[in-house]
Design a protein around this ligand. Sequence first.
Ligand SMILES: [Zn+2]
Length: 240
Amino acid sequence: MGILDTVIRLLCHPGNRGGARNPDDIRYLVYHYTGNDGDRALGNAKYYQSTVVQASAHYFVDDEEIYQSVGDLFIAWAVGGRKWSDCPQTGGGSLYGVVTNANSISIEMCDTSRDGKLMAAEATLERAAALGRELMEKYDIPIERVVRHFDVTGKHCPAYFVDEIAWTAFKGRLTAGKEENMKQYRYVNEMPSWGQEAATKAINIGIMKMDAAGAVSVPECNLQPLVWMDRLGLLDKAGK
Ligand SMILES: [Zn+2]
C-alpha cells in the first residue's frame, strides 16, 4: 500500500478549479506552503470546499494526513497570476510560462504547529516527499521537473525553501532510495582505492561472487562495511 492509498478526498468547490485534463498533460510537480501558522490539511480542504476564492491545490499535507482537494485529472488554480516584481533580485520566476496550472500538480504543505514560525513539521516534509515520490512514479515526472511555486511566479513559496540549499536537500528525499542513484561497482578496479583490498579478499574467500564475465555487482553502500570487516581481520580469518 502506498501513500496515495491513504489520501482522503474532500474535493473543493468547482468554482475554485479549472477543467478536466488527461494524465499526459501532467508534466510538473509543484511544492507550496500554506503560509498559515498552525494549520492542518483538513481545515484547508474544508475551506476550499465551502468558500469560492478562485484558488486551489491538488493536495494538502500535514504531519498526520493528506487531503485531496482537486483531482489529479482536473486543473488546480495554484501557480497562475503575475510574476513577482522582485524576481530579478531573488532569482524566482525562472519557469514562468513554462510551468502552468494546466501542466502541473500542486502539493501544499501545512504548518501544523502554532508556534509563531512558518515551518512544516518534519513528519509533514516526509509525508509530502513520499506523496511526491509516488506522483513522480505515477505520472512519469523526473526530478528535474519538480519545482517550487517560487520557480514559477517568484512568490516566496514555500518560504523555507526559497533557500537553494534547503530546497536541494528536500529534493534529495524525492530521489532517495532510487536505484539509479545508487552507484554500483562491477570490477575491483572501478572501486575507490580504499575499498579495493577488502573487495579482493572478499572475492578470494567467496563472499563476493563473480559472474561468468568476471564482474561483481557491489552497491556503493556495501563497500564500506566490507572495509570495516577487513579491519577487524574477519576477511583474513575466513580466508585461512
Ligand atoms: Zn504557493
